[in-house]
Design a binder for this molecule. Sequence first.
Ligand SMILES: Nc1nc2c(c(=O)[nH]1)N[C@@H](CN(C=O)c1ccc(C(=O)N[C@@H](CCC(=O)O)C(=O)O)cc1)CN2
Length: 294
Amino acid sequence: MTLIDGKAIAQKTYAESKAAIANLKARGVTPGLAVVLVGDDPASRAYVRSKDKMCHELGMHSVKHELAADTAQADLIALVKQLNADPAIHGILVQSPPPPHIDERAIIETIDPRKDVDGFHPISVAKLALGDADGFVPCTPLGCQRLLIESGIEAAGANVVVLGRSMIVGKPLALLLMNKGKGGDATVTIAHSRTRNLAEVCRRADILIAAIGRPEFVKADFVKDGAVVIDVGINRVDDLNTPKGYKIVGDVAFTEVAPKCRAITPVPGGVGPMTIAMLMANTIASAQRFAAGA
Ligand SMILES: Nc1nc2c(c(=O)[nH]1)N[C@@H](CN(C=O)c1ccc(C(=O)N[C@@H](CCC(=O)O)C(=O)O)cc1)CN2
């Protein structure tokens, strides 16, 4: 069984990002990312901090807007419009989930699609569905595909089961893996909590991707011998034996599943680090497109 090391693969992508940034800077362009956080969810705050930190480490321009939980929808829209018009900003994202009074869809639709480095705007979704190469792909699906490519795991012709149908992971990942080209050409099934005989459907997978958001939901009987398992889940569960009082577990019951696998991602240290790595890559790609006048 191979343990797919997301931290190491993310580091490899950062080396590529650094080279691309140096190239852009030589042409007078510094890639710029604006991250907007509404509210004080501790996990979201930590992710936003990591994004800002990584921008600084790579020598990118980073702007962080941390807004109160009761920020009005209109004020958030006004901020996004201001960022759309800012030439120093090539990527804009609003950390998800926002507080319940915010209409997330309306906010995403306000982002200039050319700066939609999260890949959540309907134009980005349509481009992915159409197989157009010039749209932004959401960072976590892109990270999963990159993990497979870097680990020498061929998606082409493989039976892939994506467990989960969210707009952040499940749906875009299914499109990405079934699209033609490198890292694609898979035969993809999307399964979810209402799928009949779920364990049996998952057992057909050569590559099983768990993105259902339930701690340790995927047990050994969901997994065929020799399958590759990618665990997208990040679930905080109480654990009073840890200093923080909680631990992070994935959607896969790792201890019982791992021995059956050809390869598997751990949680933490698997898909998670790739999400931020791919955000940096998308922001750099956006800066390159702006610099080319696209
Ligand atoms: N606007 C967005 N919101 C959210 C996204 C997103 O892509 N865009 N994804 C997630 C959160 N996320 C980034 O925003 C994210 C999640 C997890 C990690 C990560 O590195 N996880 C570590 C464990 C971290 C921990 O200990 O808590 C790991 O898996 O090793 C990075 C980014 C939802 N919101």
